[in-house]
Design a protein around this ligand. Structure first.
Ligand SMILES: *Cc1c(COP(=O)(O)O)cnc(C)c1O
Length: 387
């Protein structure tokens, strides 16, 4: 049996996969089982921050792997303590809880917000306002946080206590705060799964103004936007705000599962022993790799990210078959005249891996993708859009 046959017989049918089986790669180039090579602009959905089989990251990971691969959170280990320290130093947040995925990082954010309100204002202040068209994960609670009914329908009842606001609608936000007992407002700086849509500066400022006035927490879901993706270390930095809680995952581990929930001054001591935990969270191998990842996301690299972003936007915005291009940094969405799936298929056939977000072609290249590969890939995408 080949991989396609085994998958179709033995793997739960939750993914509409592309007909490609990836085997190995280096940097932004990847090969499939037939030996065909692709320029990878998908990075496992914004996960492989430094591309495939990155040498420095492999060194950091294997060095830890040969010492101790896991210890449980009953004991101290150096890599997770070091990672927490550098995350706090680089963001201005104060403490970190580690988990293994974006959904778990958001679960921790939600639990922290509810407990903060229960301790301080009363447990009836349990409503979290999230945005319509958002995406926060696949667990029952993070599905409830996700403001898209299509994800809810088959799994009711979901966790209670979420209210949804249209992104950019200040009036609706004000009304929801008045008519609910609210503990937090939760948002992505760029709605990734929702179609690569950045929030406006005005709306983000309003969220923080309303939150400050009412002792409501701000939760920024940086699972996809985090770790250099937007051209800042975290997306909130592009807006000049500091959320109370920041969740991240995807690009933090460069391919090893790792989630982090960063807690600001107001909430840094809300979680207490036995109020939350994770067996695998803060795994020393994943954390040793992440220390390497975060330390390499410096001003030079972010400058490169912003330059490549500008090049891609300028090359594509007036190209034939392109209606618009949205996003920040190396998280970009192309609205195409043709169906996005057709463009994606053309690119795949011609050696470029791109993915979809709603009706858009989504680009999430490695932050260190060589400029020549960006140029080559852009030419293929242009042709795909123009056909
Ligand atoms: C991918 C994603 C999640 C879920 O992350 P998982 O690791 O799949 O649980 C949550 N929020 C956002 C913004 C995401 O892009």
């Amino acid at each position: 049996m080949n991989v396609f046959q085994k998958d179709s017989q033995f793997i739960a049918n939750t993914y509409a996969r592309f007909p490609v089986a990836l085997v190995s790669g280096k940097g932004s180039l990847v090969q499939d089982t037939t030996g065909k090579e692709y320029i990878d602009l998908s990075t496992g959905i914004a996960v492989n921050t430094f591309g495939i089989a990155d040498g420095e990251w492999i060194n950091a990971v294997t060095k830890q792997l040969t010492k101790i691969q896991h210890a449980s959170n009953l004991y101290y280990t150096e890599p997770c303590a070091e990672l927490a320290k550098i995350l706090c130093q680089r963001t201005g947040l104060k403490k970190v809880f580690f988990s293994n995925s974006g959904a778990e990082a958001n679960e921790c954010a939600i639990k922290t917000a509810r407990k903060y309100a229960a301790d301080k204002k009363g447990k009836e202040y349990n409503t979290i306002i999230t945005l319509k068209n958002s995406f926060h994960g696949r667990t029952i609670t993070t599905l409830a946080a996700t403001g898209q009914e299509v994800f809810h329908n088959d799994f009711l009842p979901l966790t209670e206590g979420f209210a949804y606001c249209e992104a950019g609608n200040i009036q609706e936000l004000e009304n929801l705060v008045k008519t609910n007992k609210v503990c937090a407002i939760m948002f992505e700086t760029v709605q990734g799964e929702g179609g690569v849509l950045p929030l406006s500066q005005e709306f983000v400022d309003k969220i923080f103004e309303i939150a400050n006035k009412n002792d409501i927490l701000t939760i920024c879901d940086e699972v996809q936007t985090g770790n250099g993706r937007t051209g800042a270390l975290y997306g909130f930095m592009k807006y000049g705000v500091l959320p109370d809680i920041v969740s991240t995952a995807k690009g933090l581990g460069n391919g090893l599962p790792l989630g982090a929930t960063m807690l600001g001054e107001k909430v840094k001591d809300v979680l207490t022993p036995s109020s939350h935990g994770s067996t695998f969270g803060g795994n020393p191998v994943a954390c040793a790799g992440a220390v390497n990842v975060i330390n390499r996301i410096d001003d030079n690299l972010l400058d490169e990210v912003n330059k490549k972003s500008a090049y891609i936007i300028n090359s594509l915005k007036n190209a034939n078959g392109v209606k618009s291009i949205s996003g920040l940094g190396l998280m970009l969405g192309i609205e195409t005249e043709k169906d996005a799936s057709q463009v994606i298929k053309y690119c795949m056939d011609n050696g470029v891996l791109v993915i979809k977000a709603k009706n858009k072609v989504r680009l999430l290249p490695a932050l260190n993708i060589p400029f020549e590969l960006v140029e080559k890939a852009v030419e293929v995408i242009k042709k795909g859009c123009a056909l």
